[in-house]
Design a protein around this ligand. Structure first.
Ligand code: GUN
Length: 292
């Protein structure tokens, strides 16, 4: 049984990105990422702190805008507009979830697609869908990177995804379909989850329901990717999978923590550096056309 070590892989990717950032800085480009967080969601605060720390590690300049729970949608849209126009910022993201009085879709639509390093904007999701991506959504991209690194073939495989969110389940399904996997997407209303899981070569679960996947639900040598993240009463971080029992059946499994989580952040950094590179190219091309 192989542990799919996302923490180690993310460190390798961050080391590569650090070199790329140095090269960009030599050309006068400092990759910049702006992060907007609204309210006091504890998990979001931890995610944002980790994103900021990771930016510092690779040399990306980050600004975090921490806004009161009561902020209006209009003020948020004005802030996004300001960041869109800021030449020094190459990536912008709004940490989700948002308070109920704010329409998430309106904010996503307001982000300049060229700076949408989360890949939440429909223009970027459409490009990904058509298999000509500008950016890739961070958590799905992190999972694909784990598959590539550990040589886990997805073409022709029966894959069960549990969770149909816009951030993970839906985009991941399209990315896997683009690589010729056969998908079953399950969610809270799915009947006979066990029966479907028992047929799967690969199970990817993103529900936040501790212990959802038990050893009697999986076939021998299954590959397990656990994106669940919850805490027990003692504050211990737990995934969706009963790790100690399911790992006895699996050929490979991601741990929680240290699996997909660090890869999500590594992919955000990669998108931010990619965005800065595209910006540099555009700058170069516009200089060329002015000079000719
Ligand atoms: N909330 C949970 N995951 C994410 C993510 O990847 N991006 C943003 N913006 N919010 C999230």
């Amino acid at each position: 049984m192989k542990i799919l070590d996302g923490k180690k892989l993310s460190q390798e990717i961050k080391a590569e990105l650090k070199t790329e950032v140095l090269e960009l800085k030599e050309k006068g480009i400092v990759p910049g990422l702006s992060v907007i967080i609204v309210g006091n969601d504890e998990a979001s605060k931890i995610y944002v702190r980790n994103k900021k720390r990771a930016c510092e590690e690779v040399g990306i300049c980050s600004q975090v805008y921490e806004l009161e729970e009561s902020v209006s949608e209009e003020d948020l849209l004005t802030l996004i507009e300001k960041i869109n126009k800021d030449e020094k910022v190459h990536g912008v993201l709004v940490q989700l979830p948002l308070p109920k009085h704010i329409n998430e879709t309106n904010l996503i639509l307001a982000i300049d697609p060229k700076k949408d390093v989360d890949c939440f904007h429909p223009e970027n999701l459409g490009k990904m869908f058509l298999n000509c991506p500008r950016f890739l959504p961070c958590t799905p991209a992190g999972i694909m990177e784990i598959f590539e690194k550990y040589k886990i073939e997805v073409s022709g495989k029966d894959i069960v995804i549990i969770g149909k969110s816009n951030i993970v389940g839906k985009p991941l399904a399209f990315m896997l379909m683009n690589q010729d996997a056969t998908l079953t997407i399950c969610h809270a209303k799915t009947k006979n989850l066990k029966e479907k899981c028992l047929k799967a070569d690969i199970i990817i679960t993103a529900t936040g329901e501790t212990g959802l996947i038990t050893s009697d639900m999986v076939k021998k040598d299954v590959v397990i990717v656990d994106i669940g993240m919850s805490r027990d009463d003692a504050g211990k971080v737990l995934g969706d999978v009963d790790f100690s029992e399911v790992s006895k059946m699996a050929s490979a499994i991601t741990p929680v923590p240290g699996g997909v989580g660090p890869m999500t952040i590594a992919m955000l950094l990669r998108n931010s550096v990619q965005s800065a590179k595209i910006h540099n190219l555009r700058k170069y091309e516009s200089n060329e056309s002015t000079n000719s």
